[in-house]
Design a binder for this molecule. Structure first.
Ligand code: NI
Length: 198
């Protein structure tokens, strides 16, 4: 089932999410619904708070990023994306390293806005998958970037929180409009400050 995506301005997006355990009810269905929702919205990552669940869970599928056009050099930042479809439960980013790099990020909760965010290129993360197997892995480039963005969601952080005060001021009106539902997103959303049409 496709779930509505919670829009910018919703308190749940600013909240630190809770860990879950194996008894969390309906987890398999929730994960299936999250993948359906993410694909429907053409996203590469989706965190549980974005579908109104304040739990430490996010999913990614960035395999489209791995495609190399004929005659084109493979993008070194796209390393490891071929099978980058994963479920992260109770993840902990243990370490981030390397020199910060800029990448224009977007977010399904903040439609039609993309801004450059600086992040470190290498991460070490521990997490459980949907079958509760435990992993300790390292990621780099776009894979690390997507994980860092989704991980922020379960910490109550949005990519706009990483922008300069000036950039944020410039975006303020657009962000307010998004929270009121005054944005044309090509997928179903839930707006915190929806204004009744007169
Ligand atoms: Ni996001």
């Amino acid at each position: 089932m496709v779930l509505p995506i919670v829009a910018y301005g919703s308190p749940i997006l600013k909240k630190e999410a809770e860990e879950i355990d194996e008894n969390y009810e309906g987890l398999d269905q929730l994960i299936a619904d999250m993948f359906e929702t993410m694909y429907e919205a053409s996203g590469v990552g989706l965190a549980a708070p974005q579908v109104d669940r304040s739990i430490r869970l996010f999913i990614v599928d960035a395999s489209p990023f791995a495609e190399v056009e004929e005659g084109e050099e493979p993008d070194p930042m796209a390393k490891g994306l071929e099978n980058f479809k994963k479920v992260f439960i109770n993840p902990i980013i243990e370490d981030e390293s390397g020199e910060e790099w800029a990448f224009a990020e977007g977010c399904l909760s903040i439609p039609k806005i993309r801004e450059e965010v600086m992040r470190k290129p290498n991460i070490k993360i521990t997490y459980y998958d949907a079958a509760w197997n435990f992993y300790e892995e390292e990621y780099e480039g776009y894979a690390a970037r997507i994980i860092q963005h989704e991980y922020d969601h379960i910490e109550g952080i949005l990519f706009t929180d990483h922008l300069s005060p000036l950039k944020r001021r410039i975006l303020k009106k657009k962000l307010t409009n998004i929270s009121k539902g005054e944005v044309d997103a090509p997928y179903r959303m839930k707006f915190p400050n929806l204004q009744k049409k007169r």
